[in-house]
Design a protein around this ligand. Structure first.
Ligand code: ADP
Ligand code: ZN
Length: 436
């Protein structure tokens, strides 16, 4: 296969060169981290007081892991390693406690991120003749702006459509000859289910490929989307803590995602012992971002489960591939691409005195999209003859939930004692979605 590269020298670097580069960048990252209120004391305590204490890549393991909780504790500026005036962008993702996790970027950081995305897109065969419709959310989420910048860098014509509104998406696709889309896999399936109804057929579209990510999906779901649209679907992995999209991306082989090792150090660790697992074995992805000036993040535990693909990729890229993400080690739900922790929902509900003790979170498929229903028990006095106060309460719960989790759930109110009570650990979440 004729491989096309964005930056051939970097993408085909030999393993010893990658490792030498990683070591020198890791030292710089540790040096920057030491200047921050969060990492300074923590690294000192681990016996690392300067870049020279990192003598080999093996010394990475002397650095303690960083978790999402650490990010919350460091909110808002505890991990900032640049002057405030040097920061040109921030992004945030939702948090369990209402404290979001924030990421800062300098102009050079945005530049590098853009480069990772650009090379990812070129690896799929995309080029400046393509029209990219970005159906991910713009705003604090990274899937909008992050991918947008990279696609512009490649010279693609970018339609910043944002998510939702199938009729408008299809019209844009038809009017502008969209060849490539970026969307969640569930939105792709939803889009297809609405096509006929909206008066469009495949003949109206010029779609060739889709970049799908932000939520787990199976190989079968990929094949289904490919068959329905007659396109190629490329798996895309990223998380805001590591900038966003462009961490790992499938090349034209569509067989595992190249993780850009000049930008990130990949570790896969056993989900219980946190010891490294051999290539090919599943474990939790741990990532260190090597070059972010504004905000270093060392050995970040992603909670995502994957494995290293042990074989070299025939495309010629030397950066190791990771297999499809099969799930997470925590209870985070991904609903239409948006991260939700059950504790966020609990916090809203429990803060309302009218609400009883029992509640249930139900996640289902409605068509191709996810549907969130929150069932809540309310005090007996609420069920009077007049239903107006109940309706008002339902609306209030819904709008508070919406403000907290950026999703509009269905809210059901129940009389006390109606929802199931489990013995032992309460089972608050029922996820009835078939595995995509
Ligand atoms: P996003 O806005 O893309 O969801 P977040 O940082 O809010 O970014 O969420 C990142 C999380 O989304 C990851 O840790 C992972 O759990 C999930 N995710 C992202 N891409 C994929 C993918 N290709 N397959 C499975 N899960 C993914
Ligand atoms: Zn490849």
């Amino acid at each position: 296969m004729a491989a096309r590269y964005w930056n051939e020298a970097v993408e085909t670097m030999g393993r010893p060169d990658i490792e030498a580069l990683q070591l020198s960048l890791l030292r710089q990252a540790v040096g920057r981290a030491l200047t921050t209120p969060f990492y300074g004391p923590r690294l000192e305590a681990a016996g690392i007081s300067g870049p020279s204490d990192i003598r080999s890549l093996a010394d990475l393991r002397r650095i303690p892991f960083t978790t999402k909780d650490d990010l919350r504790q460091a909110f808002p500026f505890g991990m900032l390693a640049a002057e405030r005036r040097e920061v040109v962008r921030m992004h945030a993702s939702s948090g369990t406690t209402g404290v979001p996790t924030v990421i800062y970027l300098t102009a050079a950081d945005v530049e590098r991120w853009t480069d990772y995305v650009a090379r990812s897109l070129v690896a799929t065969g995309a080029d400046s003749s393509d029209v990219l419709q970005n159906m991910m959310t713009y705003g604090l989420f990274t899937g909008g702006l992050g991918l947008h910048y990279g696609a512009e860098r490649v010279g693609m014509m970018v339609i910043p459509a944002g998510p939702g509104n199938t009729a408008r998406q299809l019209k844009l696709m038809k009017d502008f000859g969209t060849t490539t889309v970026h969307a969640t896999p569930s939105f792709m399936l939803h889009l297809h289910s609405k096509m006929a109804e909206e008066g469009y057929g495949l003949g109206d579209l010029r779609l060739k490929r889709a970049f799908c990510g932000a939520e787990p999906y199976s190989e079968d779901a990929r094949r289904k989307i490919e068959a329905l649209f007659g396109i190629e679907v490329f798996n895309s992995y990223g998380l805001s803590e590591m900038n966003g999209p462009g961490v790992a991306f499938e090349c034209e082989r569509r067989d595992g995602m190249h993780l850009w090792e000049d930008g990130y150090i990949l570790e896969i660790v056993d989900r219980d012992s946190f010891e490294p697992v051999p290539d090919g074995e599943r474990g939790e992805i741990v990532l260190t971002i090597l070059c972010r000036e504004a905000m270093p993040l060392l050995r970040y535990r992603t909670k995502d489960l994957s494995a290293v693909c042990p074989e070299p990729c025939p495309c010629g890229r030397t950066h190791r591939r990771i297999a499809r993400i099969t799930g997470r080690t925590d209870d985070m739900l991904i609903i239409n691409g948006i991260n939700v922790f059950p504790s966020q929902i609990e916090e809203v509900i429990m803060a309302m005195p009218e609400v009883g003790n029992n509640y249930l979170i139900l996640v289902q498929k409605e068509g191709a999209l996810d549907r969130l229903t929150v069932k809540v028990e309310v005090g007996p006095s609420s069920f009077a003859d007049d239903s107006r106060p109940l309706n008002a309460l339902r609306d209030r719960i819904r709008s508070r939930l919406q403000a907290s989790i950026s999703l509009n759930p269905r809210v059901e109110l129940h009389e006390p004692g109606v929802l199931p009570v489990s013995e032992g650990k309460a089972k608050r979440v029922v996820d009835e979605r078939p595995k995509l």
